[in-house]
Design a protein around this ligand. Sequence first.
Ligand code: NAP
Length: 291
Amino acid sequence: MTRLGCRCVAESVLENVRKETQAFIDKGNRAPSLAVVLVGSDPASQTYVRKKAEAAESLGFLHFQYTFDEDSKEDDILSLVGKLNEGEDVDGILVQLPLPSHISEKKIIDAISPEKDVDGFSPVNMGRLAIGEESFIPCTPKGIMRTLSYYGIETAGKKAVVIGRSNIVGKPMALLLMQKGIDATVTVCNTKTPDLREYTKDADIIIVATGHPGTIDSSYVKDGAAVIDVGVNRIKDETREKGFRLVGDADYSSFKDRDVMITPVPGGVGLMTVSMLMENTLEAAVKRRGR
Ligand code: NAP
């Protein structure tokens, strides 16, 4: 098994963003700025928001955080998004998902100005991605493409299987892999796919993003394939101080004696998501007001 660790990939992205940010500031621009909106107290969301804030601050970005109670009104969040859209001092807006069930994620995401939508989830950016136009690309799939490239994993002419079809991972992932210039032949699986193994066993690249530990193990994968594990699942572990540990959607240990490349969890694509968010925020700043 070859471990495709993402720390080095993420660090090289952040180093590049740091250099480009300095060049941007040296031209007389103010630092890029990111507004992050958190609703409720989901512990995983709090962790993600903290990591994003730390990364933004380490790059010298301006960073604004807005925290709402779990029972906040949808209108209050929409009103803040409206203000952030108008705010001259805001380059990128990110609303941390998932939102509490009484708030429509669709309404909130639709309200974010496409020019500040650094998560790339708005219909305009998703539509642009679908037709191959320049857009903000959702951070996790973008980070996966960067990881494949960093490790020299060929995509052209290869069979790729994406397991999961969510708007934030599976769908944009499939769109990226099928793009001209990337040129993979892509199959997208979901819970109604009758026999997952039927599709994965011939795949050169497998992206698993289901949110279920053990969705695939080594019996699903041929020799020489690359497995990108997007899953971040907390499972109970009394031996850990926090009482849980993180695992992916693939059964990592089953690959131990196999000729397969695989991203670990933790230490995998989660790190890429944050670095791509920083890259997208710099891109938003340069597009909006670069000199
Ligand atoms: P999601 O919205 O729940 O979507 C899961 C998708 O997987 C659905 O399309 C579902 O199919 C499909 N699925 C579930 N079980 C399946 C199975 N046994 N076989 C085939 N398809 C199956 O989840 P998500 O937001 O895409 O996230 C997926 C995972 O990635 C989660 O663990 C999440 O925490 C993680 N994640 C990580 C990052 C990161 O930065 N590393 C970022 C985002 C998400 P149906 O459509 O048929 O229901």
